[in-house]
Design a protein around this ligand. Structure first.
Ligand SMILES: NC(=O)c1ccc[n+]([C@@H]2O[C@H](COP(=O)([O-])OP(=O)(O)OC[C@H]3O[C@@H](n4cnc5c(N)ncnc54)[C@H](OP(=O)(O)O)[C@@H]3O)[C@@H](O)[C@H]2O)c1
Length: 289
């Protein structure tokens, strides 16, 4: 059964993201207990109604789900290990970014201590928390997700993927990998444009429109990859190799590093050398796994 807005919550970690989450809970009127390794950084939250706990042990006494928003896997383990025996029967929601294997490790650690574990990947920056467009992806304990879905929705749209605790962070990292490749391409393009005197600001506006249009093809590309039939391409690998080779030469001539372009060029070169030049670009997927 989904708990209501009177559910007490404890947040461990008051960096930029932890503060944003705590603030959303305070705004919604939830009894919110907060703790941070470095004290004294959250007067604003106290003013908004949060209770500051001087130790992790005291913070988790407040009851309700314990939400960790720390730097990384090691900091979660370092923070919770000393209080593990006082968390027996409690529900832990870990929103710290962890690799899938680390999330599974934490789930196993939690199970060993009779703690119900839900892992989450935050697809938002702090300023987006509590606004449309923010999403948090969850996996692990369905029971924890169902029980606290209403309060999790106060933070961001909440979606549950399954009981494998590593699933949410796999989605998280796959989406981030997509984003970072796009950001890298933008940096490369901005460097190229600077060589002809166009500002990165100007280029950013244009690139946003172009990338938005191009992303419409992603579901189709996904379908092609799933059929593994690359024989009827819109444009072939050989076509794309020719484009990337030209971008490579243009970049070199403009004195722009090939750091972002070279990995794709290598993948396309290899496929043409191996006789796959007539197949579709999506066949590149087969080189990755
Ligand atoms: N910010 C974002 O845009 C964003 C987006 C999605 C996901 N996330 C994830 O959310 C998590 C928190 O991010 P953030 O932006 O809040 O980071 P942050 O501002 O750098 O804050 C890090 C937090 O972790 C604490 N910490 C670090 N090492 C610790 C340790 N060994 N023991 C106990 N506490 C420790 C810090 O405490 P001190 O104050 O004492 O240093 C601080 O509260 C990260 O896993 C991040 O990947 C962030």
């Amino acid at each position: 059964m989904t708990k209501t807005s009177k559910t007490p919550v404890t947040i461990l970690g008051l960096g930029a993201m932890g503060r944003a989450l705590a603030s959303a809970f305070c705004t919604a009127g939830l009894p919110t207990t907060v703790w941070n390794r470095t004290p004294g950084t959250h007067a604003d939250l106290i003013a908004a109604g949060a209770t500051s706990a001087p130790s992790v042990e005291k913070a988790i006494r407040a009851g309700g789900p314990i939400i960790t928003v720390l730097l990384d896997h090691a900091s979660v383990q370092e923070t919770l290990d000393p209080v593990a025996d006082r968390m027996v029967g409690r529900q832990l929601i870990n929103l710290t970014s962890t690799a899938p294997g680390e999330a599974r490790e934490l789930a196993a650690w939690a199970a060993d201590h009779a703690i119900d574990y839900l892992d989450g990947g935050i697809m938002a920056v702090p300023s987006m928390i509590g606004t449309p467009g923010a999403a948090i992806l969850y996996s692990g304990s369905r029971q924890v997700f169902d029980t606290h879905r209403a309060i999790l929705e106060l933070l961001a749209a909440a979606e549950y993927f399954g009981d494998d605790a590593g699933l949410a962070s796999t989605y998280d990292f796959a989406l981030l990998a997509t984003m970072y490749a796009m950001f890298g391409g933008f940096l490369h393009g901005a460097a190229l444009m600077r060589s002809v005197g166009v500002s990165a600001t100007q280029f950013g506006e244009r690139a946003a429109a172009w990338v938005t249009a191009m992303t419409q093809s992603l579901p189709h590309q996904g379908r092609v990859i799933d059929t593994a039939d690359y024989t009827d391409p819109v444009q072939s690998i050989a076509f794309h190799k020719s484009a990337i080779d030209a971008i490579y030469r243009a970049s070199r001539d403009a004195g722009v590093s090939s750091d972002f372009v070279a990995p794709l060029k290598n993948l396309l070169d290899r496929q043409v050398a191996d006789g796959h030049g007539t197949l579709g670009f999506e066949r590149t997927f087969e080189e990755l796994s």
